[in-house]
Design a binder for this molecule. Structure first.
Ligand code: 3PG
Length: 206
């Protein structure tokens, strides 16, 4: 199975799309792609989310798009049927991990403590999302986990922003950071898409 980090390539920023409509989601994705972003996550938290994934696959075929907030077998099925290139979960259980075992695309399971990390590791995962990163101990927690789980690397999300992203990326067991901070709701309301492009460029240090 391809690792999630392999799919990301050199990209260190995992931009998260949360939008209320397909057109809004598409504009956000286009603005991200204009910044050189090659992979985005759409969180399945609005009615439009699954259709946004389908629309991105159709209109922006070069952009890899995955589904976040996958919590159960039913949502997983919908996300895969929409063409998701990868699957991300906010948390895990043995049952969810068992469903994910049959996935043909890379999976990034979400963890928030050392028991979760061990459970995911027992299912064979070496790359995990820490969520919500800022409330789950942040960079000091990840540093501590580095000395215990030497074979695990992380993509923290939840509370990451332009001020703290570097603190996370400086850790040897962090391969990327993710978040929604690059999409300010005000910019979306004003259809100011170029600000999203600029924020993505800044976050990537371009
Ligand atoms: C996620 O699903 O990873 C989070 O919603 C991202 O958190 P953020 O909105 O604090 O970036």
């Amino acid at each position: 199975m391809t690792l999630f980090s392999t799919l990301m390539g050199k990209q260190k920023l995992l931009p998260i799309i949360q939008a209320d409509s397909v057109s809004q989601g598409l504009e956000i994705a286009k603005a991200m792609a204009a910044a050189g972003i090659g992979l985005v996550e759409v969180v399945l938290r609005t009615q439009a989310s699954i259709d946004i994934i389908k629309a991105i696959k159709l209109e922006l075929p070069d952009l890899k798009v995955g589904a976040g907030t996958v919590l159960d077998a039913d949502i997983l099925k919908q996300a895969l049927a929409a063409g998701s290139d990868f699957i991300i979960t906010p948390t895990i259980s043995s049952s969810l991990l068992t469903h994910l075992d049959n996935c043909k695309v890379p999976v990034l399971p979400g963890v928030s403590n050392s028991s979760d990390i061990l459970l995911a590791r027992e299912f064979g995962y070496t790359e995990l999302k820490l969520f919500p990163a800022s409330l789950s101990g942040g960079a000091p927690f990840l540093k501590a986990m580095g000395s215990v789980f030497k074979d695990i690397t992380f993509c923290p999300t939840g509370g990451i922003n332009e001020k703290n992203q570097q603190e996370f990326l400086a850790l040897t067991n962090v391969f990327a950071v993710g978040g929604t901070w690059i999409v300010n709701p005000e910019w979306v309301a004003n259809k100011d898409w170029s600000k999203i492009t600029s924020a993505c460029k800044t976050a990537q240090g371009l």
